[in-house]
Design a protein around this ligand. Structure first.
Ligand SMILES: [Zn+2]
Length: 237
């Protein structure tokens, strides 16, 4: 199956927490969307990998994605090496995305920034004809780095997800094993109310940057090509 927009992330709930609204919006616009995760989250303090898989599949239905696959690299041990890159690059060849949404290359959690590096290099090697991969060479045309976990980064663009916000929140709340008022592993997790408040606050913060209620932020390395300056979105002053 060919997808238009493919989101890649380290763990199962990362997509919902960083770019879920964008995936819903692209689906609403008529595009085929998909997700590739790198690990099964087996090192997570709460919930088993099996529980998370069931939750992820429910969330996939809420997001309306056509595919959700996991390349099963080792959680908390992600490394930028050839094996990791080949596994992700094969998915890029299989699904031939026009757009890839990948994690920004700096983050607190090593898996998050490593996932960003693996995803970028996988996008590159998937386009090398002689690479040890099945199928035709393919590279995404556009790569957008999700910066929601990298709060010090000023995004290049913010996607308006105001209409998709409630559905995005419903997708996040499918991860019941992650987000409930429990104590595990000696850590106290924020109550569900706090989490929901945080999700509102971060999407409001980025939405405010572009004059809408809720937004999801992205960074793009290359400049945007200018055409009709009169139709440029986003107020400067
Ligand atoms: Zn994560």
């Amino acid at each position: 199956m060919k997808v238009d927009v493919l989101a890649i992330a380290a763990h199962r709930d990362d997509i919902e927490l960083t770019c879920g609204g964008t995936l819903i919006k692209m689906k609403d616009l008529g595009y085929v969307t998909g997700i590739v995760e790198l690990t099964e989250g087996e090192m997570g303090t709460r919930g088993s990998a099996e529980e998370r898989e069931q939750e992820a599949m429910k969330a996939a239905e809420v997001l309306g994605v056509s595919i959700r696959e996991n390349v099963k690299l080792l959680d908390a041990k992600l490394e930028l090496n050839m094996e990791s890159k080949l596994r992700v690059a094969q998915k890029i060849r299989d699904f031939k995305p026009r757009v890839a949404l990948i994690p920004y290359w700096e983050a607190r959690h090593p898996d998050h920034y490593t996932a960003g590096k693996i995803a970028y290099e996988a996008c590159f090697i998937a386009g090398l004809q002689k690479m040890d991969l099945l199928g035709e060479a393919h590279r995404p045309y556009k790569i957008l780095y999700s910066t929601l976990y990298a709060t010090s980064v000023t995004p290049s663009l913010v996607v308006d997800i105001t209409k998709q916000f409630d559905q995005r929140l419903a997708a996040i709340l499918c991860y019941k094993s992650q987000f409930s008022d429990t104590r595990a592993g000696g850590e106290v997790f924020p109550p569900l109310d706090n989490l929901i408040e945080q999700i509102h606050a971060s999407c409001r913060f980025y939405g405010n940057m572009v004059g809408v209620k809720y937004g999801e932020p992205y960074y793009v390395k290359e400049p945007f090509r200018g055409e009709d300056l009169v139709k440029l979105a986003g107020r400067s002053i």
